[in-house]
Write a protein that binds this ligand. Structure first.
Ligand code: DBV
Length: 247
């Protein structure tokens, strides 16, 4: 059992129980991909497995799970709501590299105004504060990424793997529970201006993440740049492609 498998299993079980899930198509050649990292005795097989679902209010629920031995484990798990809802994105970037663990967990907001924060940040604040005490701020991260995070951004670099298995896992579960409540309560937005603002916020987010994907270097080394760009634009952050296909 690798470090982030329980996170993935938990999330998929919870989603199955509370939503009407159906498969989200994964382009050919991207469901599972194998490569190698390192040389000689330190060579490791690295397998990237993709998961995709959708639900009534959620356009795409997708995970990329990278398993390459004790020093390379990644679970990137993002939920992209349907454009008719003002729901935030659920975003988890759980990364273990030779240098240590790097954890980013958030409900990434579409907007920053007070009414939006009252609705989608306030209910999560107690959970955030509870875990932040034991999982201190992870330090610098890209300035340009800041608009995409909420005040409940849990960003931490735990020294001990045990903290990932316990505290980080608990925080992940708690964030997902709150998110599922938001999904349950969400009503479609009727106002055309507001719908347009939602669309723009989704486009900005997807464009930013596709352009700045911190995994680009890793994937390119493992699987080449053609595979990597197609994976990023055709699956991980596919909104532009989806919009182009339906126009
Ligand atoms: N990150 C992704 C996807 C990944 C992934 C799709 C499938 O968005 C993995 C894999 N994240 C990943 C890896 C690293 C990071 C780092 C492999 C390590 C990169 C390296 O050191 O080589 C949050 N993730 C990071 C970092 C941040 C995030 C801040 C530190 C690296 C840096 O400083 O750039 N998550 C990331 C982010 C957003 C987010 C920037 C923006 C909205 O949601």
């Amino acid at each position: 059992m690798t470090l982030y498998q329980p996170f993935l299993d938990y999330a998929l079980t919870q989603l199955e129980q509370s939503l009407n899930l159906s498969p989200y198509p994964i382009p050919d050649g991207f469901t599972q991909k194998q490569g190698t990292m390192g040389k000689g005795q330190r060579q490791e097989d690295v397998i990237t497995t993709s998961y995709g679902f959708k639900a009534d209010k959620l356009r795409q629920i997708r995970a990329a799970h990278v398993q390459g031995g004790a020093a390379l484990q990644v679970l990137n798990f993002v939920i992209f709501p349907e454009l008719a809802y003002d729901l935030p994105f659920f975003g988890a970037d759980l990364v273990t590299l030779p240098g240590g663990h790097l954890i980013a967990l958030d409900m990434q907001p579409l907007f920053h105004h007070q009414a939006y924060q009252d609705r989608y940040t306030k209910p999560l604040l107690p959970v955030f504060h509870q875990y932040q005490q034991q999982l201190p701020w992870g330090g610098d991260f890209p300035e340009e990424a800041k608009p995409f995070f909420s005040p409940c951004f849990l960003w931490t670099r735990p020294q001990e793997t045990e903290k990932v298995e316990t505290l980080v896992f608990e925080a992940f579960k708690a964030y997902l529970q709150v998110y599922l409540q938001f999904v349950d309560q969400a009503e479609p937005v009727q106002d055309a201006n507001r719908q347009h603002e939602i669309l723009q916020a989704h486009r900005c987010y997807a464009q930013y993440r596709a352009a700045k994907d911190p995994a680009r270097g890793m994937f390119t080394r493992l699987y080449g740049s053609e595979w990597t760009e197609e994976y990023i634009h055709g699956f991980l952050f596919d909104l532009e492609r989806q919009l182009a296909a339906t126009c």
